[in-house]
Design a protein around this ligand. Structure first.
Ligand code: NAD
Length: 270
């Protein structure tokens, strides 16, 4: 992918859960477009440091910061450390997420709280800290026409119910209303808040669904475009939503799903 390295020049981006999958791709794409990136990681220290090294080797600027996004004190420390090293924040990619699946009647409160805590509360905590800095600093016209951009990683499951994954689907439905409410509140201050809703993307979170030919064939029945998505498909969408090219897009969800939300089961009747 070739971007102008000036597209996001001078902008500082934080990507949560960036030591693998979609977050890693988002960080690499943002760095290619000229942003300085913070690779937040929770468990993948070695992977995060490798990504930092590779971005630097290509002439980009990157650092890694550890934090559990579900813990307020760790989030506050992460932002403090980012400001110490980079001075400010222009782009937040609220990406960290996990699944802890169980049949509804078997789901424990711990499984429910873990997924809501990381996927929804984690996004709230990071968005709040980023927004405070956007408001403090305001617009710097030579950097961007926005005071700041927040991109929430949602899922097609913000609208498609998902049996056996009630905690996950609920967290993503919550992200939709959180994103829109923040966008409505902060739009007058020139802050943009949007979501990306990926369909099935080949990452560790859903390896069982695509890593064998049988599983992939079953998954493809849900994808009109006929291929499982790659992290790069999402990385490109992140760059567009982070750049001034999408300046008039606010409070929206961009579905990047190969048509999964076209309800392909209805293609032959219904
Ligand atoms: P992934 O497992 O590779 O990435 C998730 C990342 O979040 C990991 O790096 C993990 O270490 C990190 N993480 C987990 N708990 C954390 C915590 N408490 N604090 C900080 N980081 C934490 O999977 P992925 O597919 O790249 O997932 C990224 C996002 O995309 C998630 O929000 C996921 O729900 C969403 N998503 C993925 C798909 C898909 O098909 N892969 C589809 C829709 C949405």
């Amino acid at each position: 992918m070739s971007y102008s390295p000036y597209l996001l020049k001078g902008q500082k981006a934080l990507i949560t859960g960036a030591s693998s999958g979609i977050g890693e791709a988002a960080a690499r794409h943002l760095a290619k477009a000229g942003a300085s990136v913070v690779i937040n990681y929770h468990s993948g220290k070695e992977a995060a440091e490798k990504i930092v090294g590779e971005i630097r080797a290509e002439g980009g600027e990157a650092i890694a910061i550890e934090a559990n996004v579900a813990k307020e004190e760790e989030v506050l420390k992460m932002f403090t450390e980012m400001y110490r090293q980079f001075g400010t924040i222009d782009i937040l990619v609220n990406n960290a997420g996990l699944q802890k699946d169980a049949a509804f009647v078997d789901m424990t409160l711990e499984e429910w709280n873990l997924v809501i805590g990381v996927n929804l509360t984690g996004q709230f905590l990071c968005a709040r800290e980023a927004a405070k800095e956007f408001l403090r600093r305001g617009v710097k016209p030579d950097i961007s026409c926005s005071a700041g951009k927040i991109i929430c990683m949602s899922s097609v499951h913000q609208i498609i119910p998902w049996a056996g994954h009630v905690n996950y689907a609920t967290s993503k439905g919550g992200i939709d209303m959180m994103m829109k409410s923040i966008a409505q509140e902060l739009a007058p201050q020139k802050i943009r808040v949007n979501s990306i809703a990926p369909g099935a993307i080949k990452t560790p979170i859903n390896k069982d669904a695509w890593s064998t030919p049988e599983a992939e064939a079953k998954l493809l029945k849900l994808i009109p475009s006929g291929r499982v998505g790659e992290p790069d498909d999402i990385g490109k969408a992140v760059v567009w939503l982070a750049s001034d090219d999408s300046d008039y897009v606010n409070g929206e969800t961009l579905f990047v799903d190969g048509g999964m939300t076209l309800y392909p089961g209805f293609a032959t009747g219904g």
